[in-house]
Write a new protein. Structure first.
Lengths: 318, 368
């Protein structure tokens, strides 16, 4: 299998005659055989990047290369070597599982049997439903079928746009197991997801917000580069605690995170635990638990997001 | 090539699994043919006529029984005065009144002539004229039969014949028109929806990101609907021949060839619509609602094009079904050969080429 890299330089794309900026000077690189994640909320511009890479959308400016081919000039070559799974379930709902697979295999000039080794693990799971119409499958099954169809021609690059959105936890886990196996076969994979817990499963990730890439690195490095200390707090009235912390001048940021509140302080040299306990005492909170924690990928993301917001505010007020 | 074959097979499967498509494809034509063939005829039958016979002699009785013998009239008899005439028409049921004056037979025998009055409801002029024609014909026939010698020595007798339609079969003019209408609407609508559907469901995105040449999508869509439309045409033809008793006078082969050409024209139009829209609803709206009225009006089978102002006649020239209607009438009803329809054929070919090239030009190899 040819090893394929992806190179994106200063890609920009607007919609509605330039009024909506979807992708803003995005640059990143994916190494051959890498499992690369685009992490961002809905509307961050992930799908637009996918569509430009798969040649079905033209960028306003910037360049993108897939396996050395230009996405505009060599679109036909790229269409031969990529496997693409759009965000929306896009197979024929009125055809059966088997018919969908057969159809896409033929369209890609191959047969199901020729590439059975690649899709076998996934196909075995949907095989009991091979006579069922695709529209009648469950969410997880649909994703598996779509992945099979995207893989049927042994693509050098696999682009998966939010493959696990709307899929149950067990199926999501299985799905990522499969991606790892595919990666082991040397396929370059770009996957997008709004779920932060999935970011850790990628080799490298790009955090994207409002069409801009905020950071590209390995998940470990992104967490490592988290500046300062992070604290988690909890009390009987967690909502009041959140409000009290936010109102206090010594607190830099404060947000709800599961059962806890995550807090950062303005002064990194101060003893955080003391400060936070004092604030909680002053506001008469009971059952207060405060501890220092290691930041996760979400914390990095939230920090980067707030920095970008500040940056945007700064540029607009100038 | 194998890819195309599989694509066509897939298309057929989808058609036969979609009850809505099947209904439009085969239900609509059957309903239309039966409707136009039986219900919407221009023949006037079962006219409610009131005969006011003031004379009641041998001659009037004979005439009345003659009128009763036809299946055009339902005869009501009532002797009444002039002042009641208007009231009768206002009642709404009676469409026509025939009045024999007092002493009809006497005058006929002694003075050599007699008068009879026909009063028809003129709010529907066409029906009124037809009714008056029927009655005049019956009276004339009776006169000739009863007094052959009394006829003038020199007289011009008209002998009308309705060529190609001797029995005055009202379905005859409608059938070619309905054929044109159905093929035009069904063909265009289904083709236009089929491509837009792929766009709407997102499958187009996957097809684009595949080695399959985008233009082949158009071909793959056109082939099944071409075949289905020919089947459709055959159904209409069979219904016309066996249900409405219309003979195919000309060459069946020529009729099929011309129909195939017309189907191609409609397919091209459908492809053009689907390449210009992004939603099934829009495509269906344009191809069904948007085209229904122009097709009905400008094909010329309901409203004669000759009577339209020049501007509307000019517009009618760009409606493909008009030309197909002329061809079908010529080939099917009059039994004419290709020699007589080559001009119309050429126009349809030209339209197909233009529509198809615009459709191809508008086809996008990318989204948006």
């Amino acid at each position: 299998m040819p090893e394929a890299s992806i190179l994106v330089r200063d890609l920009s794309k607007t919609y509605d005659k330039g009024s909506v900026l979807a992708v803003d000077k995005v640059s990143f690189e994916v190494k051959p055989g890498e499992l690369f994640g685009l992490i961002g909320a809905d509307g961050a511009g992930k799908s637009t990047i996918f569509r430009i890479l798969t040649t079905v959308l033209l960028a306003d400016s910037g360049t993108a290369h897939m396996a050395g081919f230009d996405v505009v000039r060599d679109y036909r070559k790229i269409r031969n070597l990529v496997g693409y799974m759009p965000g929306k379930f896009s197979l024929y709902q009125d055809l059966t599982v088997r018919e969908n697979l057969e159809f896409f295999a033929t369209v890609f000039g191959t047969t199901i049997d020729a590439n059975m080794d690649l899709i076998k693990d996934i196909y075995d799971q949907i095989k009991p439903f091979s006579g069922r119409r695709a529209g009648k499958l469950s969410g997880g099954m649909k994703q598996k079928l779509a992945l099979c169809c995207a893989l049927i021609h042994k693509p050098a690059v696999l682009l998966l746009d939010e493959p696990t959105t709307g899929v149950d936890v067990v199926s999501r886990k299985e799905f990522w197991e499969m991606l790892k196996k595919l990666k082991a076969q040397g396929i370059t994979i770009i996957v997008s997801t709004p779920y932060m817990d999935e970011a850790k499963l990628c080799e490298r990730i790009a955090l994207i917000q409002n069409g801009r890439i905020m950071s590209v690195d390995t998940p470990v490095n992104i967490i490592k580069s988290y500046p300062g200390k992070l604290f988690a707090a909890k009390s009987n009235d967690i909502y009041k605690l959140l409000k009290d912390f936010r109102a206090h001048p010594e607190i830099e940021s404060c947000y709800a995170f599961g059962d806890y509140i995550h807090i950062t302080l303005k002064d990194p040299s101060s003893s955080g635990l003391e400060v936070l306990n004092r604030i909680a005492m002053e506001n008469n909170h009971s059952n207060v638990q405060i501890k220092e924690i290691k930041p996760g990928i979400e914390d990095s993301f939230i920090l980067l997001m707030s920095q970008q917001k500040d940056l945007v505010q700064l540029t607009t007020t100038k | 090539m194998k890819q195309l074959l599989v694509f066509v097979k897939k298309e057929f499967k989808q058609v036969f699994r979609d009850p809505r498509t099947l209904l439009i494809m085969f239900g609509l034509p059957i309903a239309q043919i039966v409707l136009f063939g039986f219900a919407l005829t221009s023949e006037v039958k079962n006219i409610d006529i009131l005969i006011s016979d003031h004379s009641k002699d041998v001659v009037t009785t004979e005439i009345v029984s003659k009128i009763k013998a036809t299946n055009y009239f339902i005869v009501h008899e009532k002797t009444m005065g002039d002042q009641e005439i208007e009231k009768t028409f206002k009642g709404g049921k009676i469409q026509c009144i025939l009045i024999f004056p007092d002493g009809f037979n006497n005058e006929l025998i002694h003075q050599g002539k007699s008068e009879v009055q026909i009063i028809a409801d003129g709010t529907d002029p066409n029906t009124a004229k037809t009714m008056i024609n029927y009655l005049t014909t019956i009276l004339n026939e009776y006169q000739l039969q009863k007094f052959p010698s009394s006829a003038l020595r020199y007289q011009i007798r008209t002998e009308p014949r309705m060529l190609f339609n001797e029995e005055d079969n009202g379905s005859m003019n409608y059938i070619p028109g309905v054929m044109a209408l159905i093929l035009m609407l069904v063909c265009t609508a289904l083709t236009s929806v089929s491509i837009v559907k792929e766009k709407e469901l997102g499958t187009m995105e996957i097809l684009l990101v595949s080695p399959f040449r985008p233009v082949m999508v158009l071909v793959a869509k056109a082939v099944p609907y071409f075949i289905l439309s020919l089947v459709n045409f055959t159904i209409i033809l069979l219904l016309s021949v066996f249900l409405l008793h219309i003979d195919v006078r000309g060459s069946l082969l020529l009729l099929y060839a011309e129909s195939a050409l017309f189907i191609l024209t409609c397919l091209s139009l459908g492809l053009l619509i689907s390449n210009s829209t992004n939603a099934q609803q829009t495509a269906l709206l344009i191809s069904m609602m948007g085209m229904m009225l122009p097709t009905i009006i400008f094909t010329g089978f309901i409203f004669p094009l000759e009577n339209m102002p020049w501007i509307l006649r000019t517009v009618s020239n760009i409606v493909p079904s008009k030309w197909y209607f002329i061809i079908v009438k010529a080939v099917m009803l009059k039994g004419l050969g290709f020699r007589f329809v080559w001009k119309e054929t050429l126009i349809l070919i030209f339209m197909t080429v233009v529509l198809l090239s615009v459709a191809l030009k508008k086809f996008k190899i990318r989204l948006q």
